[in-house]
Design a protein. Structure first.
Length: 92
């Protein structure tokens, strides 16, 4: 399978261990992690934005909004959404 080249860190989960541990449902299923008190905490999880099919019509870029809020020490308004994408079928 093809590994994408993004300009940000991401996880390629070839064994599906992380997807199972995080209970991911779809691909992509995004988790924004933030370090607090020497441990990582999930601050957002779900869809990248509200329109995976048409980038021009995105009204809520959820991940961007969450990261921007964290970087500016503000509260995240939307902490969880339903992930949009293809269902993950776990191998045994």
């Amino acid at each position: 399978s093809k590994i994408e080249e993004f300009n940000f860190p991401y996880l390629y989960d070839a064994t599906q261990k992380v997807a199972k541990d995080f209970k991911a449902q779809k691909t992509p299923h995004v988790y924004v992690l933030w370090k607090e008190d020497n441990k990582y905490v999930i601050k957002y999880n779900g869809a990248i934005d509200d329109n995976g099919a048409d980038q021009e019509n995105v009204k809520n870029p959820y991940v961007q909004m969450a990261v921007d809020a964290l970087l500016s020490n503000n509260k995240i308004k939307v902490k969880e959404t339903k992930s949009i994408g293809c269902q993950i079928y776990f191998r045994n």
